[in-house]
Design a protein around this ligand. Structure first.
Ligand code: GYE
Length: 321
């Protein structure tokens, strides 16, 4: 009898809690996000990871962060592990565009929403992700192209361009090439004489530029690099070949990270098109909205500008990455 009464007292004490609506319970638990990052290949990526980590902290979101070292298989493994751990939201920056359907279908079957950030995927069924937050890479390529067309408008002869592409099959490499070509093809004097991947890294950028210089030498008028790190590596190769970067060879790159500003201020890089890595706050806001069942835009585009060397010193103190 005494035993029963105890149980009864306990049950009564717990009753007010049990009566709370489930939504209120859910709000007390921190939202858990599994994030699969591409790697640590560039200054841009370092700033991006930093932005995501600090924004998660700020938003009170528990972040499970996984670095894929530029390998799709590692990203697929990480996403599967997030599904097994039953996280609330999965976010990732896909290293390449294709090959994501199976794992995204697994996430969907587990009812875990997926947010894409930075890079896009190429899937037929767009219900496999809730939104894509990031830059318009085709437009970045166009900005690079427009800058070059303007700079070379009085040039009568051929303009020989070498191109350092980003990671093969990645959205920024595909789109930055496309946007740039779309603009320069209007004038046949522009010719891309060599184009190869430098995998978005300084080391590869330098190595490939060395090969370009060996093959083409003084014929090269312009270098178009899909990111600043590859341009910075290439600048070293150009100097080692006894040429003057930004003078003998006009250099255009993308990202506008601090390293690019330093190169512009030193007179070694002509222009960098901005690509903002500070996607963390938007990502966390989107995750909260998705979890709260609020409607969310399918595409959230980052706004960005372009910085020629002439204004680099003035802009540098304002830069956040
Ligand atoms: O431009 C490059 C990085 O996906 C936009 O990846 C990103 C690119 C960025 O490695 O520096």
């Amino acid at each position: 009898m005494r035993f029963n009464r105890r149980i009864l007292t306990l049950a009564l004490a717990c009753a007010p809690l049990a009566a709370l609506p489930t939504g209120a319970w859910a709000q007390q638990k921190p939202l858990v996000m599994g994030f699969s990052q591409v790697g640590a290949e560039s200054e841009w990526r370092t700033a991006n990871s930093e932005s995501i980590k600090s924004a998660a902290k700020e938003a009170g979101i528990e972040l499970k962060f996984s670095d894929a070292q530029q390998k799709q298989e590692n990203q697929i493994k990480a996403i599967r592990s997030f599904i097994a751990q039953k996280v609330d939201v999965i976010a990732f920056s896909p290293v390449v565009e294709s090959g994501w359907e199976p794992v995204l279908r697994e996430a969907k079957a587990a009812k875990i929403p997926v947010i894409l950030t930075d890079r896009a995927v190429n899937v037929k069924d767009t219900s496999l992700y809730v939104t894509f937050i990031g830059s318009d890479f085709v437009e970045e390529g166009r900005k690079a192209g427009r800058w070059l067309v303007e700079k070379m408008k009085n040039e009568k002869g051929e303009v020989n361009i070498v191109e350092l592409q980003g990671t093969v099959g990645s959205a920024p490499a595909i789109d930055r090439k496309k946007g740039f070509e779309e603009i320069i093809k209007a004038d046949p004097k522009f010719k891309i004489i060599r184009s190869q991947t430098g995998d978005f890294t300084r080391a590869k950028g330098k190595e490939v530029m060395e090969a370009f210089l060996k093959a083409e030498g003084k014929k090269i008028n312009v270098l178009y690099a899909h990111n600043d790190d590859m341009a910075i590596g290439a600048i070293q190769a150009i100097e080692e070949a006894g040429l003057k970067p930004a003078k003998d060879i006009t250099i255009i790159s993308i990202d506008a990270v601090k390293g690019a500003f330093e190169a512009m201020i030193a007179g070694k890089l002509n222009v960098s098109v901005e690509c903002s890595p500070l996607l963390g706050p938007q990502l966390m806001a989107a995750a909260k909205d998705v979890k709260a069942g609020k409607p969310i835009q399918k595409r959230i585009v980052t706004e960005e500008g372009i910085f020629p060397m002439e204004i680099a010193a003035r802009e540098f103190p304002k830069r956040k990455y």
